[in-house]
Design a protein around this ligand. Structure first.
Ligand code: ZN
Length: 135
């Protein structure tokens, strides 16, 4: 099984055209052109279902919508590398959020560390109800 696809060239144009036409219908695909930055697929944009991106994505290409009716088909993105990058970014965001806030035990809202009482429900950081006890 091929896990990665290199940048498509002129040699890949017939296959890309076949995939696009199979999915969208022959008349929906206007042109398939190789460029130095990938293959451009122009399709009839009058119908949303004419966009062949789902079929090209499914066989391992990466598609970018340039505008309605024009798609750039490039090589495959390394899914593991992409996920690793997303995990790293999320881990960083999580650490920043955890460092700057505390999570209310009553309503699960995150409150800035500088505040001792939850803005949403009035519970303290330790979980005491300041609204109920004040009455
Ligand atoms: Zn709360």
């Amino acid at each position: 099984m091929q896990l990665t696809r290199t940048m498509p060239t002129k040699a890949d144009v017939p296959e890309i055209r076949t995939i696009a036409e199979t999915y969208s219908g022959d008349i929906a695909i206007i042109s398939v052109t190789a460029t130095s930055g990938g293959v451009l697929v122009r399709y009839d944009r009058r119908l949303y279902s004419n966009n062949p991106a789902p079929a090209l994505d499914a066989v391992g290409y990466t598609t970018t919508s340039i505008r309605e009716g024009l798609l750039l088909v490039t090589g495959a993105v390394d899914q593991l590398a992409l996920l690793d990058a997303q995990i790293a970014a999320l881990t960083e965001r999580r650490a920043a959020l955890a460092a700057a806030t505390w999570r209310c035990t009553a309503c699960a809202t995150y409150t800035p560390t500088a505040r001792e009482i939850c803005d949403t429900c009035g519970y303290t950081r330790e979980g005491h109800d300041t609204v109920g006890s004040a009455a």
